[in-house]
Design a protein around this ligand. Structure first.
Ligand code: MD3
Ligand code: FE
Length: 218
């Protein structure tokens, strides 16, 4: 049987690849040609598992609304941060990770040299104006040699990319609709965050920014 990859016809398309540092590769506009399909798939996921402002272990409501798809979902509440197979809001498994999402994440990871990336979690973050994410490390996953792939959609944001310690100076990286970043190698454990978003409107997404992060949790 012949299988056609979504990307076969675009094998030699030009992508503006921007290495941020060792291990971090920015693929400008990588998700652009699939934006409508990604947003349609997202709509279905969010109908099943709605976005929700979770609470940090310290008791603060997050300004970013979140949901997940895939085998595992990232959750936080008063008892801590963790990955869970069950959406605590519904007491049911998270929606499946769509084939289109898997292909996109794998194709991006491959561009950065990760040929066997098989994400089992996709965290969906939705920002509105003034929403932000403070500096943190992603370290609830088992294997830090696995990259994280992030996809930005909607209104732009200023991403903060720091060092191995919270106090290290952070550089600012603008992320726009369609940008994909592969975070591997030594970038994988660097502190990062997102500055408060400015009010803006995107023709497809409206007044929001959506960020998908694909992770191999288990
Ligand atoms: C660098 N999300 O969900 S995506 C997160 O834009 C998160 O919503 C931000 O940080 C957002 O945990 C940033 C870019 C990103 C994601 C994961 C990383 C950068 C990363 C993990 C390690 C290093
Ligand atoms: Fe993060």
């Amino acid at each position: 049987m012949m299988t056609l990859s979504l990307f076969d016809e675009e094998e030699n398309r030009r992508t503006w690849q921007e290495p941020l540092c060792e291990g971090a590769l920015v693929l400008r506009g990588f998700a652009l040609e699939h934006d409508v399909a990604i947003l349609a798939a997202l709509q279905n996921i969010l109908t099943e598992s709605p976005l929700h402002h979770m609470v940090t272990p310290g008791g603060f409501r997050m300004s970013v609304a979140m949901s997940n798809c895939g085998t595992y979902g990232w959750v936080t509440d008063r008892s801590g941060y963790r990955y869970a197979k069950i959406d605590p809001e519904r007491g049911q498994a998270w929606p499946a990770l769509p084939e289109l999402f898997m292909k996109l994440a794998q194709e991006a990871a491959a561009q950065a040299g990760y040929q066997d990336f098989l994400p089992d979690a996709c965290l969906i973050n939705r920002y509105e104006a003034s929403a932000r994410m403070s500096l943190h490390q992603d370290k609830n996953e088992r294997d830090f040699t696995q990259p994280i792939v992030s996809v930005s959609l909607g209104i732009p944001a200023m991403f903060l990319f720091g060092g191995m310690q919270r106090a290290d100076k952070a550089i600012r990286v603008p992320l726009a609709h369609g940008d994909v970043v592969v975070w591997g190698g030594s970038a994988r454990l660097r502190y990062h965050g997102v500055l408060a978003l400015k009010t803006a409107t995107h023709p497809l997404v409206g007044e929001h920014r959506i960020n998908l992060t694909f992770r191999k949790v288990s």
